[in-house]
Design a protein around this ligand. Structure first.
Ligand SMILES: Cc1ncc(COP(=O)(O)O)c(C=O)c1O
Length: 456
């Protein structure tokens, strides 16, 4: 759990709100609720001896399992309060980026119209631009990656009793609330996601149903792949794998949809045009709001007939936006100017990964060959420091740290699947920020060593 308490900002009323993130789920709650939670966990873990009212800072620290008395504090939410001498390096996700001046200006100056009537010139330009870059017939601007994937499933699996095949660790399967079942009535069967984001092709083939029209079975219609693979740490799907998946799909008359939320990262890592990757898929969903830096938006692309169906589904799901050119202007900039900079994120992620490997004391396990793009996944080797505890220490700032490092450095990252930690690079993180994160990681590691020695 990461807890951000906007505590010291004089413009902010600390009795009103705090924002709490729990495993990616964000909710804004009254500080009263936060206090109750903090108090409960404090009492549970014996941190507080009495029921004294906690300051927001103490509440944050207490939920992180620390007290201000020990000299630790939560340095606040990125961009909000935090002491002036605390630097925040937010590696939680590439979705936290904020549009810069050029993007804001493009948004302010966008020509707009009613996009549900097909009359927003900026949206139309964005859709044309995306289709050209992707090498697809047509593209559609949709509000989010989740809606884009759902629309794709709805259009590919139109009839009742249709089924899709998805990786068991795919975003579509894990993080989209089962929307394809909940809202579209589409049944899913899973294949095992391998560590590199691929599937075993024999297993994939074994999941294709051959019974149609036997009334016992659903009818296989769609294979979904994810590129780059989020949970597996930004892994890039090999082109040969995609080619084989497509050949299998063609053999059985299935479609291939790619959740390509970060497929631009894959293209940059492989040094190929996006169309080289997408030639193996029928449709793709590409997020503008991750490494490409837009505040909102995803492009869904495919054949014209598919996009015509997608327009209908988008409207039914409430995703028909009116003067959306204000957002599409940002999307155009993402596609025109932001692809080249993804290389920086990949380089910074590798730099941090190398530092983890070289850290003394040795606490981390990193497979350098698996660090291909902007998402880094690593494990902690000693049971005495769990991913949750490590993330909490990276996020907390102590007076000792300020004395040793000359400033407080708050590094935000998430505990992740399989006892690992996930860190994600994006346009808000420079090479200098990466060095700060390395300093903090080394500080946390040496503190841990000291505590271990003391305990022996
Ligand atoms: C691989 C993948 N697909 C889809 C999505 C969903 O995108 P959105 O948050 O825009 O709904 C994400 C979000 O992180 C993702 O990582």
């Amino acid at each position: 759990m990461i807890i951000d308490c906007r505590c010291n900002d004089p413009k902010f009323d600390p009795n009103t709100y705090a924002s709490v993130e729990d495993d990616g789920q964000r909710s804004v709650m009254s500080l009263k609720t936060l206090f109750s939670r903090a108090l409960y966990s404090s009492l549970k873990y014996g941190v507080l001896a009495s029921g004294k009212r906690l300051s927001a800072r103490e509440a944050g620290a207490a939920v992180l399992g620390r007290t201000a008395a020990r000299g630790y504090y939560s340095a606040g939410r990125p961009g909000a309060c935090g002491a002036a001498h605390v630097r925040v390096v937010d590696l939680r996700s590439d979705t936290v980026t904020k549009p810069g001046p050029a993007m804001r200006q493009a948004m302010a100056e966008a020509e707009v119209g009613d996009d549900v009537m097909g009359e927003d010139p900026t949206v139309n330009e964005l859709q044309k631009l995306a289709a050209d870059i992707f090498g697809m017939e047509a593209a559609l601007f949709v509000p989010s990656g989740t809606m884009s994937n759902l629309i794709a499933v709805m259009v590919h699996c139109r009839e009742r009793g249709n089924e899709m095949i998805v990786g068991d660790l795919s975003h579509l399967h894990i993080y989209e609330q089962g929307g394809s079942a909940q809202l579209a009535g589409v049944h899913a069967t899973t294949v095992t996601t391998l560590p590199d984001g691929t599937f075993d092709l024999e297993q994939l083939e074994s999941k294709i149903r051959h019974g149609y029209p036997d009334p016992h079975y659903p009818r296989s219609r769609l294979i979904c792949v994810e590129n780059t693979h989020n949970i597996q740490g930004g892994r890039v799907l090999p082109l040969a794998f995609l080619q084989e998946v497509r050949a299998l799909a063609d053999r059985y008359g299935l479609s291939v949809h790619m959740d390509g939320a970060r497929v631009m990262n894959a293209a940059v890592a492989q040094g190929v045009p996006l169309s080289t990757i997408l030639q193996h898929t029928h449709t793709v969903s590409v997020c503008l709001s991750k490494g490409l830096g837009s505040p909102v938006g995803t492009m869904l692309a495919g054949p014209q007939a598919f996009i015509s169906g997608a327009v209908r589904c988008r409207k039914a799901l409430g995703g028909g936006m009116r003067q959306a050119g204000v957002l599409a202007a940002a999307g155009k900039l993402s596609l025109q100017d932001m692809i080249g900079r993804l290389e920086d994120d990949h380089r910074n992620a590798k730099t941090f990964a190398l530092a983890l490997r070289e850290c003394d004391p040795s606490l981390f396990a990193v497979d350098m060959a698996a660090v291909e793009t902007n998402i880094l996944r690593f494990r902690l080797e000693q049971p005495s420091l769990t991913p949750k505890e490590f993330c909490a220490r990276m996020a907390a700032v102590s007076e000792e740290e300020e004395a040793v490092l000359g400033q407080g450095i708050q590094v935000l990252m998430y505990p992740h699947f399989g006892n690992s930690v996930r860190a994600v690079w994006h346009l808000g993180i420079t090479a200098e920020d990466t060095q700060l994160a390395i300093q903090k990681m080394q500080f946390v590691a040496s503190q841990h060593l000291k505590e271990n020695v003391r305990a022996q």
